[in-house]
Design a protein around this ligand. Structure first.
Ligand code: AMP
Length: 289
């Protein structure tokens, strides 16, 4: 799909003015927050937004506050020009690409801390990560006061944290979660896949294999106590070190109360210096054990 180059806006107030003007004209506006280095997963969110909205804004902002001190903020890939070309093909009207100081004014001292779904997994292993996510998403929603924002199921825990925050603070925006886009071998697309050497890229399929194994055992009626070690074995088979491999309640991320589900299988693994996450929804089942 050909399209004109999106307008790049760097100023939050000016961005807000454009969005509100469009909405005053009766246009429905969709918003896709990203950290750039866009791939087909991001493109699917933009297309989905384009289908149900008149105008689409995509933010491209590598958010420093969601990276830990030893994480990959400095080396995170940045390709604004290529990103804009991709977004032009998906009919995106605006790219919001603010400077760090525009999002975090000098002397800023405010963070939004979400508990509940932010507590375990990524929240435990990456202290401060979800406070960074919640704070930036809230800031982005101010600059882009859209009707609806689109997020990927790939970052399942993030979608729960954002939905919790939007509900708790009464933010006037809808949240829509879209399916994970995968490479043909099952690896979830991620900007971080660019870090992988060809040999590491082959090993990275272990995350999808671990989730496929979880789904197989789940549908056979096996218990969580059987499934989680099998997930870890699938990671180890390709020498991927396991940060966590778990089957939990898909909303609270706490242990299952009903062993019939529904559930979510979550996995995080490290391949060399690259850390990847993935998940798979496990539907309700009729038999267990
Ligand atoms: P990021 O740029 O990694 O912060 O991601 C921006 C948005 O794209 C988030 O809502 C992600 O969940 C979503 N996303 C990332 N990878 C994928 C994927 N493979 N499929 C669908 N959505 C994705």
């Amino acid at each position: 799909m050909a399209g004109s180059t999106p307008e790049i806006e760097r100023d939050p107030e000016a961005m807000r003015g454009r969005i509100l003007a469009a909405r005053r004209e009766g246009r429905r506006v969709g918003f896709v927050p990203t950290m750039g280095s866009l791939h087909a997963g991001h493109a699917s969110l933009a297309s989905r937004a384009r289908e149900s909205c008149d105008d689409v804004a995509v933010s491209i902002f590598v958010n420093p506050t969601q990276f830990g001190p030893r994480e990959d903020y400095d080396r995170y890939p940045r390709n604004l020009e290529a990103d804009c070309e991709l977004l032009a093909r998906h009919g995106v009207r605006w790219v919001f690409a603010p400077a760090v100081e525009a999002v975090y004014p000098p002397g800023n001292a405010t963070r939004i801390v979400v508990d509940g779904p932010a507590r375990r997994f990524e929240g435990e292993l990456r202290p401060g990560h979800f406070a960074g996510v919640a704070t930036v998403v809230c800031r982005l929603f101010q600059a882009v006061p859209a009707d609806v924002a689109y997020f990927g199921a790939k970052d399942w825990q993030q979608t729960l944290v954002v939905r919790r925050m939007v509900h708790d603070l009464g933010l006037p925006i809808g949240i829509l979660v879209c399916p994970t886009v995968r490479d043909p071998d099952g690896l979830a697309m991620s900007s971080r896949n660019a870090y992988l050497s060809p040999a590491e890229r082959q090993r990275a399929v272990a995350l999808a294999e671990s989730l496929a194994q979880a789904e197989r055992l789940w549908s056979q009626g096996r218990s969580v106590a059987e499934i989680e070690p099998a997930m870890r074995t699938a990671l180890a088979a390709r020498d991927v070190s396991c940060d966590y491999a778990a089957v939990v309640d898909p909303e609270s991320l706490e242990p299952l109360v009903d062993p019939h589900g529904p559930a979510i299988a979550l996995v995080a693994g490290r391949i060399g210096t690259t850390r990847l996450i993935d998940n798979r929804e496990l539907p309700s089942r009729t038999t267990v054990g």
